[in-house]
Design a protein around this ligand. Sequence first.
Ligand SMILES: O=c1[nH]cnc2c1ncn2[C@@H]1O[C@H](CO)[C@@H](O)[C@H]1O
Ligand SMILES: [Zn+2]
Length: 350
Amino acid sequence: MAYNLTYDWLARLPKVDLHLHLDGSVKPETILELALDQGIDLPVYDKDGLIPHMRVSEECGSLIEYLSKFDFTTRFLQSGEALERVAYEVAQQSAEHNCKYVEVRFAPQLHRENGLTVEETIHYVVEGMKRGQRDFGVKAGVIAICMRNHSCESNLEVIRAAAKYVGKGVVAVDLAGDEASYPPEWFREVFAESGKLGIPVTIHAGEAAGAMNVYEAVTNLGAVRIGHGVRLKENSDILEMVKNRRIPLEMCPISNIQTKAVSGWEAYPIREYLDQGLLVTINTDNPSVSGTNITNEYRVLSDRFGFTELELVKLVMNGVDAAFMEESDKMSLRQEMEAEIHSLGMNLLN
Ligand SMILES: O=c1[nH]cnc2c1ncn2[C@@H]1O[C@H](CO)[C@@H](O)[C@H]1O
Ligand SMILES: [Zn+2]
């Protein structure tokens, strides 16, 4: 039976978001202003009219179709100023949902059309995030993404630039894009470099292809977290390995349904993953592409799966445990969150 917790309670619950793409989080209002500043023509000039250009439709049939939405937005994110601004606004939007910690990921090579270097793109995103942290009190880390459709050289450049920002805003590297066409084993050379440089790795895997990609990501690319991992259920041995190694899954419910990682909610394995002892975390992926926010993700889980307050708090705290954060910072975040959960009238933490 669904508990149907009120949206207000879920909005006030302190949360974290470990899987959020910068270019999937831009507000239509911001696109209007960026287009004006940058002298770029728009198909329409009202924010509601922009939504269909930025958001997937109800009929989205695949990850490839989902990814086609990103071209529209990245055109406006080709300057340091724009990158700084949208990173700042991610912190603002996080604060609106009482999200205390956010890991913002972006692919530096997608923001170089006007001549920025890879390092400059990282610099501006880190700056925006720090300004957001100061103004809204939302802690944040940046994840630099390698793209599956880019060359190894281009991705190695991302890894090497990211390494210079570790400890100064960057917390990890990732691999994203069209998983079905570009298997993870093609990127061993790229992630051998992140291993050498000591940067933590998370990999999008088990979203648009099977559990073998999760195996490859963990055993050969050095992933210590997995983006989505929805299709892990297709192989019980690999599922067991992920469980034993305590590799957190960054699940993004609304996005996972839209990209058809599974056929529908009835096949979404979140309840069984939790019951099997996997470290599941809840995240948004792309608020503006998916038409969601972090409160909404928890609302859907409460409505569809009848998760109780205690279970939702457990999911939130899994996110804190899985954060790419110094242990001492994690301890203070955990304490801050537990205090707020108690003040919400819950005495549920053991
Ligand atoms: O769920 C996803 N799976 C794989 N790739 C994604 C997903 N969401 C976004 N991107 C890709 O990551 C790029 C950088 O942020 C986006 O431009 C998009 O191509
Ligand atoms: Zn993603």
